[in-house]
Design a binder for this molecule. Structure first.
Ligand SMILES: *Cc1c(COP(=O)(O)O)cnc(C)c1O
Length: 428
């Protein structure tokens, strides 16, 4: 054989470069590279997974249900593509408790966490020329998945001065005949806001006028600790079709178990009529399903988890938010437009003019990691430059310590009185 040079026919997939450019994981990893081992524990206020804190341990009901499912030896088989029927029924019953009509097991598709649900839906909605309306700030998996499915992303703003409500006027202006859906996240990641019944109704009515679906990301459902109750988007299924995404990850604090769902809230069967339900079935049939034993445990988990477990989580989050709100007042370069009322994180505005030698949000986060071993996410990673996303779902004592360190960081980098910008002096 001649020792010629092989001409390789293999290539990486260029479409993935754009899709993976800006993941939260990637940004956090590049910030964590700057950690110094200064003997102090690192305080993680950047991610959305509190499961490592003992106070956020899941309920024994969930653990026992899983063990029982495994020991029963009934769930070692492959499951049907959409999920095993008793598990789908349990999700339908669970969600129907808060709806004015009843979901059937056929309305539920089980997924490998809510991220997989996003993949399924965006893959199904992809058609040449399609565009989708996504909130800014938001959850970057939507952008990544849309990019990979060649769906054009059009951002609408969430308005900090209106409690992070959707800027509905801009939604109408952005949409056209190729718009397929609007995504809302309620309770909100990254803003920690909760939408009112009235606002959700307006979103649904706007979607109906535009002839599009609402994708209601409700992975933080019922995690509300302010004045507003959680209202499921499915309530407005009679107005326009609403696809609800949910999962065990956040409310049960088991993100590693990878169990999520899509619920079709569409009592008028509009999605059925336009072939979307068939398409979801088809996509699910060529995609991975969640492990059968987790599905087997699901009915017990949903039915038997006590209110005590949920209210304990809410109490800790409430305490954490109070600590957060009080400590933030002591850090002049940070401000929060509204006290968080739900979910696990909030957006904080960075006033760079009060700081010396900090160029932007990324620079702030890198130097904070280096000097104080505190991790926060630059707002740019979720669409808002020169803001920060801070996760308050950590042990309240750790949160307090984290904010103390941010305050120390601020004091070290604060612009001296005489060096304040002219516009600043005028406004003082
Ligand atoms: C965490 C999160 C998800 C993903 O949930 P998994 O069930 O862990 O895949 C989806 N959407 C939002 C807004 C989230 O915060």
């Amino acid at each position: 054989m001649k020792s010629g040079i092989t001409k390789w026919c293999i290539r990486g997939n260029k479409d993935l470069d754009a899709a993976s450019k800006f993941t939260v994981r990637g940004v956090l990893a590049s910030i964590m590279e700057n950690l110094k081992n200064d003997g102090r524990p690192t305080i993680p206020l950047g991610h959305g997974d509190p499961s490592s804190f003992p106070c956020f341990k899941t309920t024994p009901v969930a653990e026992d249900s899983l063990v029982d499912a495994i020991r029963s030896a009934k769930f070692n088989c492959y499951g049907p593509a959409a999920g095993i029927s008793m598990a789908r029924r349990s999700v339908a019953d669970h969600l129907s408790l808060n709806l004015p009509y009843k979901l059937s097991p056929d309305d539920i598709f089980l997924t490998v966490g809510a991220n997989h649900a996003i993949e399924v839906i965006l893959s199904v909605l992809a058609r040449p020329g399609a565009n989708i309306l996504i909130p800014r700030p938001g959850y970057p998996v939507y952008e990544a998945r849309a990019a990979f499915s060649n769906i054009e992303v059009r951002h609408f703003n969430l308005l900090p001065e209106n409690g992070w409500e959707v800027d509905l006027r801009s939604v109408e202006a952005l949409a056209d005949g190729n718009t397929v859906a609007i995504v809302i996240i309620n309770p909100g990641n990254p803003c920690g806001n909760v939408f009112t019944h009235e606002h959700l109704k307006q979103v649904a009515e706007t979607a109906k006028r535009l002839g599009i679906l609402v994708i209601a990301d409700e992975v933080y459902n019922h995690l509300c600790f302010g004045s507003k109750p959680f209202v499921p988007g499915g309530v407005f299924g009679p107005v326009t079709p609403v696809l609800t995404l949910g999962s065990l990850s956040k409310r049960w604090i088991v993100p590693g178990w990878r169990l999520g769902w899509i619920a079709i809230n569409d009592p008028n069967d509009i999605m059925q009529k336009y072939g979307l339900v068939e398409s979801i079935k088809s996509y699910i049939s060529i995609s991975a399903e969640p492990p059968t034993f987790i599905q087997g445990a699901l009915p017990q988990i949903l039915e038997k988890t006590t209110n005590g477990f949920f209210s304990n989580t809410i109490d800790i989050l409430k305490e954490a938010v109070d600590v957060f709100h009080t400590k933030l007042e002591e850090i002049p370069c940070l401000s929060c437009p509204q006290k968080p009322e739900g979910a696990m994180s909030c957006m904080v505005k960075l006033n760079l003019s009060l700081l010396e030698g900090i160029h932007d949000d990324m620079d702030f986060c890198i130097k904070l990691a280096k000097e104080e071993s505190v991790i926060v996410l630059p707002g740019a990673a979720v669409g808002l430059k020169n803001w920060l996303r801070i996760t308050f779902a950590v042990d309240p004592a750790a949160l307090e310590e984290g904010l103390e360190r941010i305050k120390a960081f601020y004091l070290r980098h604060a612009k001296k009185q005489g060096e304040l910008d002219a516009d600043q002096i005028v406004s003082m």
